[in-house]
Design a protein around this ligand. Sequence first.
Ligand SMILES: Nc1ncnc2c1ncn2[C@@H]1O[C@H](COP(=O)(O)OP(=O)(O)OP(=O)(O)O)[C@@H](O)[C@H]1O
Length: 576
Amino acid sequence: MISVLKKLYQFAGEEQKNIKKSIFWGFFYAVFHMFQVGAIYFVILALTSGNKTYHAAWTALLLLVVSIAGRAIINRFTQLQQTHAGYFMVANKRIEIGDKLKRIPMGYFNAKSLGEITGISTTVLDVVESNGPVVLVNILSGFINSIVFLLCVFGFDWRIGLLALAGTVLYLFITSVMEKKSASVTPRRQESEAQLVDAVLEQIQGMSVIKSFNLTGKGDRRVREALEYNRKSNLDIERLFTPYMVAQELSLHLFSVLIMGAGIIFCLNGNMTLSDALMTVVISFLVFSQIQSTGSAVSLLRVVGSSIDHADQIDEIPEMDSTGRTIYPKKHDISFDHIDFSYDRRPILKNVNVTIPDRTTTAIIGPSGSGKTTLCSLIARFWDVDSGSIRIGGTDIREYTLESLMDQISMVFQNVYLFADTIENNIKFGKPDATHEQVVAAAKKACCHDFISALPDGYDTVIGEGGATLSGGEKQRISIARAMLKNAPIIIFDEATANVDPENEDKLQKAMEELMRDKTILMIAHRLKTVQKADQILVLDGGRIAQKGTHEELKDMPGIYRDFLEVRKEAAGWKL
Ligand SMILES: Nc1ncnc2c1ncn2[C@@H]1O[C@H](COP(=O)(O)OP(=O)(O)OP(=O)(O)O)[C@@H](O)[C@H]1O
């Protein structure tokens, strides 16, 4: 239990000061609580001594008022401190996770699903946010307050003190056994919650497919299974905890009765005054209240601890960018030096050895699955090569910091992702300090100014998550405007013509030509015109460079490119 408390305290980071304050004020809360006990004692003394004056009643009333007001004020401050600590310690962790995810290989997103990461950032951290500081403060101040109360009881009567101590020790023993047992079931609950988030996310993302295949009602099998697993793991926790909770309750009730009985017996035997015996009855009701609230917090502590472990798993993923330098090369030629690359253990690119000279355009073509997208992704270090090296301006890309590497590159892919934000902010994504005029200029060059201006809120129009409220062609042109504004010297381009109507295709083409001027371009080409105009054509086949040259050099040479030209429109699996 102590190790989990330490872990939680360390997790709080900068918020430790608020937690410390909360515990400090928690001590005074207990002192004000003792005023209430004092008030009762005053009344009992007055009633049993026969000295029935208003003085005792007023004193008791004053003590009660001070006790209630003091606790109310302290409660208000500690609640604020705890909410602040909970919110900020988790907000900091969420920002840390976001930063971390930018620095890890994309392969992680294959192995760990989106749902797992979403689950950690939402439900898992929510548990820490809403319970972490409360649990920590309740346990620590609960212990301090119990000790203070016990010392007072010992001061009052050592025999009653011993009974109260025995009850407390028994209660803590049962609590600690329960806490250890819970270690075996709480991680399973975390896992089931992450699975549930994963299943729900997948269902929402695939909703259009579910609807189009009329699978409503059947498509939620994974969600149902995840719900069932979640229900079962929650019930397992309850089943495991219930007997211990009953034992906790019984032990405290037993010792309350023993304390009460002892007071009465001592009084009857003449070993205790009537007023002290009455006070003992009062003590029997109050003495365990603090330790009881500590006990309930302990059962939550394990859940919070295992949530922290779950969230900390993300820290253990090795980062890609630990040794990079900030480099801004003068030239932006890209060279692939005998590179091999596999996804897990499946070889995809084999001995690729080619250079893309500075400020030239290289078109990559090849059958679906030949490795075109993979080759492009390696330049931005979405993954690292297995062997060989990729250099930009003569320097291995692994020597760049991720920031300085990404400053050299703009990527425009077919699947454009736009954030649920204004169009202006989406265009400014690669250059957040750009002015409105610069945004408009980029949008004009990318042929999207007209359709943006026609929207009711123009550049301030908020687009749906992923660009849901725009057409495919509009999204692509916005992503080109984004790349134009960033003005990186290297453009990696998936020439997108699929699902774009002829009018949009012309506009897209114009936008692309504008973007490509004076840049080093690596383009997955789909249009014959683009391929013919390229300074260099790479033909990828089965992860190898099968042919390399200009259109003029390759068009009459026997080989894949010539076959491709001849049958380009009919050939299955080729994209044009
Ligand atoms: N993230 C990934 N994890 C594992 N395998 C992958 C991943 N991405 C692609 N692959 C596999 O690697 C191979 C090459 O894929 P890649 O997308 O690079 O081909 P491509 O030539 O761009 O195809 P297309 O023209 O259809 O877009 C394919 O067999 C694909 O299944």
